[in-house]
Write a protein that binds this ligand. Structure first.
Ligand code: ADP
Ligand code: MG
Ligand code: MG
Length: 885
């Protein structure tokens, strides 16, 4: 077994396979940087394995482990020539959590551990800097008091604010040694009052208390919520990093900062970040002081006067720059780096692959191929297909007139409109009611994660481009404008003011995360184009993938959009959607309410020209590509009139009285319509409906051919088949109608007839069905419903319980379930056995889900079909599936 506690420099950590799993992301990278010879303060990692043991051992650290930790401490002490708890030259430590993947919601880092009433005096003497020593001690009490002892942070903040008020100063930096001394006493009093315990003076008690707290935080509510949203398994556990402190708060030749090796928002190859002089730890991201830029260029671009690090600390900047380049070369990816400068000496405290917008991810991947850092395949694998969503979604229509009421930082791109809310709870509440909201906060914290998730966009008054709000919003793909000092928020009155306007809760605003604009009201949006780097990346993906990508579409607009996005045909054209149009619904109702075949045929005749017209347009747009048209599928009651007004309208059209119509509606009522008279069952009972639809399809094609227009290849699809006899009868109906229309027009049209596989029986009896089907299209929405016997529309009520109890890992309607996969596999195998040329596709919602696409590729389908805006996502996912094969 591996050692449980590993020094950053230990040779052993190099040998550990999947070191991130064992040491956590932060620990693995700290030790890797150590081996690269970068200036990393000495320290060690307590592995994730210990977290597991901790929970098996009734949440206690065993004594053997404590011994190992003490041994490792000795090594650090020797390294830095300081001693833990020493009265001459005390060693201070930071205790940092570190899971496999970076996880906001985990324990906050504790800095300056090892200070107590005595060591603080030694530190002051040793550094001849009393203010620094006291500031560090009060920070430590605050952090430890909060994180380990559970005293709410506002108690401490309030004390500081009061102190500043009495003194008549604005900034923490205006407080001197004596002020901090006074506050230290008050802080300790608060701790005692709230916890009934003294603030621990024993440094080992401090250390073990902190390590304990990191492990406990793995099961905190915040962490659980984050894990659930990001599908992180709870077995992973966290590691703990213990590291000697370096100080960015010792004076004006000290600083702390965060920097990306490339621009995380647009991907340009310039380092980008923020720093603060004379500051420590999270000061940069906390939003209490406004940080300054790292590079002169960024400062000038932002039109800011406060000097950049490049200007204030040119030598240190140069060294930082070199290290960033080295890190990028080493990791072959854009890095997010945390550093501290202590008396002009640079220390690197963390590196990880940087969160970025989809736009920047695409640019960086394409650039890195040009720079020969990565291959095209790697570039294709780098992009999370789902993240493309943000590039495909509408942006503000610059032609529309807008009223900009304030500006902030363009923290996460994209446009979002919605009602203003000031709390995460309200955001969630309205989101549950299908309303779009913009979450407006002074700043956000990990408690806001769910609210941010529920919001369409996020606006904050404080914090920079690396603030919590900015980083989390980019990760979630939510548009975000951060640090807008032009807005003045009042939580109590639920309003925010700008220089010109007062916005109340519930008012609608739009934020533009790409420019930082805050705009009054709703703003129209436009469809984006795939061009530049994006289209280059997509062309690499297209060269790799074998799986075709089609779209689900039944309107000319969607069909055009999908073709522009690269769709290679239509996998599902739902004819019933064409029925809902205001003009047509009356004829549809007439048709349904008809008692005799004769009456029904009369109504169908009225519908024929409408359907024909729709088909013509769609076939034209998809010329040269296949279009799968599904014949009428839903239960008829969906079209029935509901209100009294509608009923009397229909009554007059069909020449019946209201009573008669109502009794016909009563007759058509079904207990369980999803399992009732629908799909090909309609075609069996009322063949004239399917005949009309086929006639519309083939007449449309003949017209196009006559007009010498280019058109699509039709594939006629029979829904809800479960038996061989059904498909046989329906296929004959289609062929006979097609033949009739072709003879009438003296034109020959090639077409296929096939079926959906959306019932378990159809999958199991696929061999028989394949005798009469030229293609199978897996309707995995219904197949999932009927496999589980769960109605998708009603599953919302209990789905959460199923996920919480780990019965479902994910919603089976989002990612295809194992059982449903088995049915698909059976059907593919049996279908091919009967007809080795059978065409195979999927048209359920799963066709746009990358995980499910991976399955489709493996099981040997020919194509997936998804909604128009997911077409590029599916193209990329299909390429990734091919590479992973
Ligand atoms: P997070 O996971 O939230 O990023 P970190 O463990 O990286 O938390 O700690 C947050 C910040 O605390 C760091 O960015 C750094 O500024 C400060 N910090 C952590 N360890 C040290 C250290 N050894 N010396 C000085 N500052 C530190
Ligand atoms: Mg943190
Ligand atoms: Mg960090």
């Amino acid at each position: 077994m591996n050692k449980l506690v590993l020094n950053f420099k230990s040779k052993e950590s190099k040998k550990i396979k999947n070191s991130k799993n064992y040491l956590g992301g932060k620990g693995a990278n700290l030790s890797e940087m150590g081996r690269m010879g970068l200036p990393v303060p000495p320290g060690f990692t307590i592995s994730t394995k210990v977290c597991e043991i901790f929970y098996q051992n009734k949440k206690k650290l065993n004594s053997k482990l404590l011994g190992e930790i003490k041994k490792e401490l000795k090594i650090i002490e020797k390294d830095v020539s300081k001693k833990f708890g020493d009265l001459k030259n005390p060693l201070l430590l930071s205790v940092r959590s570190g899971a496999r993947v970076s996880m906001p919601g985990m324990m906050d880092t504790i800095l300056n551990l090892g200070l107590n009433d005595k060591t603080v005096v030694s530190l002051a003497k040793k550094t001849s800097n009393g203010r620094f020593a006291k500031d560090s001690y009060r920070r430590f009490i605050q952090m430890y008091g909060n994180v380990v002892m559970g005293v709410e942070n506002y108690h401490f903040e309030e004390l500081i604010e009061n102190y500043k008020l009495t003194k008549g100063v604005l900034l923490d930096t205006d407080l001197d040694e004596d002020d901090w001394d006074g506050l230290i006493k008050d802080f300790k009093k608060v701790v005692k009052e709230k916890t009934k315990k003294d603030f621990p003076q024993n440094v080992y008690q401090q250390l073990f208390g902190a390590i304990n707290a990191v492990f406990l935080s793995w099961e905190s509510n915040r962490a659980k919520v984050y894990r659930k949203l990001n599908q992180i398994p709870s077995e992973w556990g966290t590691a703990v990093n213990v590291q000697s402190m370096v100080f960015g708060n010792m004076g004006s030749d000290c600083a702390t900062g965060v920097v990306f090796t490339r621009n995380p928002s647009d991907g340009s190859n310039d380092i980008y970040g923020e720093y603060l002089i004379n500051a420590q730890g999270e000061d940069v991201v906390a939003g209490t002081r406004t940080p300054q830029y790292i590079t002169k260029k960024a400062r000038l671009d932002a039109k800011v006067n406060e000097l950049s690090m490049q200007e204030t600390m040119p030598e240190v900047y140069k060294e930082l720059f070199k290290i960033l380049k080295k890190l990028e070369k080493h990791y072959k990816d854009m890095q997010d780096v945390e550093f501290t400068v202590e008396n002009n000496k640079l220390w690197i405290l963390q590196t990880r692959s940087g969160k970025r917008t989809a736009k920047s991810a695409v640019k960086i991947a394409v650039d890195m191929v040009k720079e020969k850092l990565i291959s095209k395949k790697e570039a294709v694998l780098r992009i999370d297909p789902n993240s493309l969503d943000t590039l495909l979604h509408p942006t503000l229509d610059e032609k529309s007139s807008i009223e900009v009421i304030a500006n902030g930082l363009p923290a996460s791109p994209g446009a979002a409109s919605g009602k203003v809310v000031f709390t995460s709870e309200e955001a969630e509440r309205l989101n549950d009611m299908m309303q779009d909201v913009i979450l407006v906060r002074l700043e956000t914290s990990p408690e806001d994660i769910q609210g941010m998730h529920a919001a369409k966009g996020i606006l904050t008054a404080r914090g920079g481009m690396t603030s919590h709000a900015a980083v989390v919003a980019r990760g979630m793909g939510r548009p975000c404008v951060s640090g807008s000092s032009e807005i003045d928020i009042n939580y109590e009155q639920k309003i925010f003011k700008t220089s010109s306007k007062e916005i109340k809760e519930g008012d609608i605003i739009t934020i533009d995360g790409s420019t930082g604009r805050i705009i009054l009201g709703n703003v129209p949006t436009v469809k984006p184009e795939i061009s530049g780097d994006f289209s280059k990346l997509m062309s690499w993906a297209d060269n790799i993938r074998k799986l075709k990508v089609r779209t689900n579409s039944e309107t000319p607009l969607d069909t055009k959009t999908a073709r522009d996005f690269g769709a290679e045909g239509i996998g599902l054209c739902r004819t019933e959607h064409m029925f809902f149009d205001e003009e047509r619904i009356l004829s549809v109702r007439e048709m349904i309410l008809s008692k005799t075949q004769e009456d029904r045929e009369k109504a169908l005749k009225k519908l024929l020209p409408h359907q024909k017209k729709d088909f013509k347009e769609i076939f034209k747009i998809m010329h040269g590509l296949p279009v799968t048209v599904r014949l009428l599928d839903p239960p008829l009651h969906e079209f029935l009139p509901k209100s009294q007004k509608e009923i009397s309208e229909v009554a007059s059209v069909v020449g019946a009285n209201i009573k008669e119509v109502e009794s016909r509606i009563e007759e058509l009522h079904e207990q369980n319509p999803m399992l009732g008279h629908r799909g090909c069952r309609l075609g069996i009972s009322f063949p004239e409906i399917y005949e009309m639809q086929c006639r519309a399809i083939f007449e449309a094609l003949c017209d196009l051919k006559n007009d010498k227009q280019k058109f699509a290849y039709p594939e006629i699809m029979i829904p809800l088949v479960s038996t061989e006899a059904e498909i046989k009868i329906m296929k004959n109906l289609v062929i006979n109608t097609a033949r009739k229309v072709q003879d009438e027009n003296k034109i020959k049209i090639e077409f296929l007839v096939g079926t959906m596989i959306e019932l378990p029986r159809a999958a199991i009896k696929a061999k028989d069905i394949a005798k009469h089907a030229e293609f199978f299209s897996f309707g995995t929405n219904d197949l999932t419903q009927t496999t589980f016997g769960i109605s998708r529309d009603d599953s919302g009520k209990f789905l959460n319980d199923y996920i919480e109890n780990k019965i479902f890992k994910v919603d089976p309607f989002v990612s295809i379930d194992e059982g449903v996969k088995d049915l698909v596999k059976i059907a593919v195998e049996k279908g091919k056995k009967q007809n080795k040329n059978i065409k195979l596709g999927i048209c359920g919602e799963h066709g746009g889900d990358p995980k499910s696409i991976n399955f489709c590729s493996k099981v040997g389908l020919n194509y997936v079909s998804c909604s128009p805006y997911r077409v590029p996502i599916a193209r990329l996912a299909a390429a990734q599936a091919e590479i992973k094969k």
